[in-house]
Design a binder for this molecule. Structure first.
Ligand code: UGA
Length: 365
């Protein structure tokens, strides 16, 4: 890791999905000290007594306290987000607050105190693909390269204001612009990560067991499988995603930390272009894997649902987003290496282990 040799890293959102995996790796593969800030430590309970880790139970709204921890750190990693599409159309003000207003304070702090800020943005900043404006029948004829999204050249295309789905992407995009402006005018040292659909153990809650509402697609499908309910395919399941295993994502963060000079002042797509699938394809693969992992379980059906019925008015979707990862390959020497099936197998095995019993009791939930 670049200067200082044993840095102190302050991770905001350390207790979440990505934070829990990153923390494990930092404690095992580096000699840095970590100060982890979050509201809960349930996912990182195994690390609480580690001598290089300090957990701080704190709401990031408490800027005075956050400032104190940031001032003691050499590097700040910001993972705090409301990143579940069902929230974008139901509590857009909170989505904008958590994804823009609060981290804006952090950006200002890091600029003022001269801290390197590694910020997790989103692949959603790319919005819709340009081809989504073309008539459906001609989309198949689009040059494939149009779907490959580059950090520095691809347009960022949002839908209309009434389509509230884009409030998250717009908030994240504006924060990226603010960071760029702070770097331009005030010498902020920053690196932006744009994650492409990370998956892995501990990613989302199962409704009725450890959370309420609608999680992201993988947990929705797991809930259906575990509770023997139909899998719901939104708008035919034709949209595509490049699912990226969390271990590969953590490799990318470690590569950023180890190549500080190559990473500063840059945006990196972190995604696995080889793992692209339609959502209908994801459902099929998960059903087949579940049959193998739990041979005694009943088969589930797949039912169709419109985006409006599933998420409410204001929902729109990205049809396809494939990351161009040339920059991360060349500057960081990073390469994602987990194919979709092993990534799903590891993630699903975790969900089965953690939730099967609770779901069996609450089948009707
Ligand atoms: C997500 C979120 O916005 C962010 O968490 C994140 O920044 C970003 O993607 C990312 O990880 O790159 P999205 O991929 O649309 O957005 O969210 P998912 O809930 O994972 O949905 C993927 C697709 O599955 C969508 O087309 C959705 O309509 C569909 N879906 C979802 C279903 O067909 N059935 C379901 O039960 C749930």
């Amino acid at each position: 890791m670049n200067a200082p040799d044993n840095p102190t890293i302050c991770i905001l959102g350390c207790g979440g999905f990505i934070g829990s995996h990153l923390l494990g790796r930092l404690l095992s593969d580096s000699s840095c000290r970590v100060c982890g800030i979050d509201l809960t430590s349930a996912k990182i309970a195994g690390y609480l007594s580690h001598d290089r880790f300090e957990f701080v139970e704190l709401n990031v709204h408490d800027t005075v306290a956050v400032r104190e921890y940031v001032s003691r750190a050499d590097i700040v990693i910001s993972l705090v987000a409301l990143c579940n599409p069902s929230l974008y159309t139901t509590i857009p003000l909170d989505v904008i607050d958590i994804n823009f207003t609060r981290p804006l304070e952090l950006v200002r702090m890091c600029a003022e105190m001269g801290k390197w800020l590694i910020h997790f943005s989103t692949s959603e900043v790319y919005g819709r693909t340009v081809s989504s404006f073309m008539p459906e029948e001609s989309r198949g004829t689009v040059d494939e390269s149009r779907y490959v999204l580059n950090e520095d050249t691809s347009p960022l295309v949002m839908g209309p204001i009434k389509a509230q789905r884009w409030c998250y992407a717009s908030a994240k995009q504006l924060l990226e612009r603010v960071m760029f402006a702070y770097a331009f005018e005030k010498d902020l040292e920053y690196t932006i990560v744009r994650p492409f659909n990370f998956i892995g153990p501990r990613m989302d809650f199962i409704p009725g067991v450890d959370g309420e509402g609608t999680p992201r697609v993988l947990a929705c499908f797991m809930e259906a499988l575990l509770k023997h309910k139909p899998i719901q395919l939104v708008d035919g399941g034709k949209n595509r995603r490049c699912f990226t295993y969390v271990d590969d994502a953590v490799d990318a963060v470690m590569a950023i930390l180890n190549h500080a000079e190559a990473a500063k002042g840059r945006i990196f797509n972190v995604g696995n272009p080889e793992n692209e699938t339609t959502i209908a394809g994801l459902a099929e693969t998960m059903i087949a894997l579940y049959r193998e992992l739990c041979p005694e379980c009943e088969e589930v059906e797949v039912e169709q649902v419109s985006g409006r019925a599933f998420y409410g008015p204001g929902y729109e979707d990205s049809d396809r987003r494939v990351p161009d990862i040339t920059k991360a390959r060349e500057r960081l020497g990073w390469e994602p290496c987990t194919a979709l099936e092993p990534a799903l197998r590891a993630t699903m095995s975790h969900y089965i282990r953690e939730y099967r019993e609770a779901c069996a009791y609450g089948k009707a939930g």
